[in-house]
Design a binder for this molecule. Structure first.
Ligand SMILES: [Zn+2]
Length: 309
């Protein structure tokens, strides 16, 4: 089925119209919404939703699927996490209904566009090489947790990043777009992937199969035979940051088991060529995320260890 493209008018900014683009596929009101482009420096989700919409052409749908390909157009055009028009993070303004700033108006439009769906799949990417990764948020009720387990099983990601149920992490999530949607009765699933240059075909294929299975869970299509890999690991995530400025050179392969202290890469210091600094794993588990060869500044994210649960 082909999508019907539409625009929801959000704001008239001094004569420049800002709108939220939506694509509706299939009959009836949408039962699943897929949101890309919440952060303007995360282009990978657009590629995934393009492939997903294309894959849906050959599929008979029973109910609607809505795709928001560019949730945050000003930030996307600036290629920055949030737009400098108001410096607000779209994932930290709730449902946006309490303010006139453009990012809040866009967040409100995204929430309105997803309300009524059973599930909103909110897509993000990291600069670090990242496998298909789903987030297990804190503070879910027992009943909601059962549904979350079903969504995770359907997505079949490589990694589930589990947040502990601490008051601090509950507080961090409380202002997210996902939490705002949950309060409106929309289940959410936050999904992460690699940045565009490192987004490979196996990851895309796994993500598309996952989205198809999620659409089946929401009753949008008949479940096709898409074998599950069932290789998912559930981990707490321990982030590692660059100790200095220079070029990070990866050594340890992604998804490999690592021991604390093992060298995962080298830093070629900005001021001391020929005097490489080893970057060592800060914990024992799986290397779930890692930068490719990149220029880094002190404190940039360079890797994440998945601590086994
Ligand atoms: Zn993001």
């Amino acid at each position: 089925m082909h999508p019907a493209y539409a625009r929801i008018n959000v704001h008239d900014a001094g004569g420049m119209a800002i709108h939220l683009p939506i694509a509706d596929i299939g009959p009836g009101p949408p039962r699943m919404t897929v949101v890309a482009g919440i952060h303007g420096d995360e282009p990978s989700p657009l590629l995934l939703v393009d492939r997903f919409v294309t894959a849906l052409r050959d599929v008979e749908l029973r109910a609607g699927i809505r795709v928001i390909a560019a949730a945050n157009p000003p930030a996307l055009l600036q290629r920055t996490r949030w737009s400098s028009w108001d410096d607000e993070d779209m994932n930290r303004v709730g449902d946006g209904h309490d303010g006139p700033a453009l990012t809040r108006r866009l967040a409100a439009a995204v929430c309105d566009a997803a309300t009524g769906s059973q599930l909103s799949v909110n897509l993000h990417n990291f600069v670090m090489r990242t496998p298909l990764l789903a987030i297990d948020p804190p503070g879910l009720s027992a009943e909601r947790r059962v549904r979350h387990e079903r969504y995770i099983e359907a997505l079949d990601p490589h990694v589930v990043w589990v947040f502990e149920d601490t008051p601090e992490s509950v507080r961090t999530f409380a202002t997210s777009l996902d939490a705002a949607l949950e309060r409106r009765g929309v289940d959410t699933l936050a999904v992460e992937m690699a940045d565009l240059p490192e987004l490979d075909e196996p990851l895309l294929a796994r993500a598309i199969s996952g989205l198809m299975r999620l659409a089946a869970v929401c009753g949008c299509l008949d479940a096709a035979e898409r074998p599950l890999r069932r290789t998912t690991v559930r981990v707490h995530r321990k982030l590692m940051r660059s100790p200095g400025a220079g070029i990070f050179e990866p050594i340890a392969p992604l998804a490999s088991p690592v021991e604390e202290g093992e060298v995962i890469g080298d830093l070629i210091p900005l001021e001391r060529p020929g005097d490489r600094v080893h970057v060592r794993a800060s914990g024992t588990g799986w290397l779930i995320q890692r930068l490719g060869r990149r220029f880094v500044r002190p404190g940039d994210m360079i890797a994440a260890i998945g601590l086994r649960l």
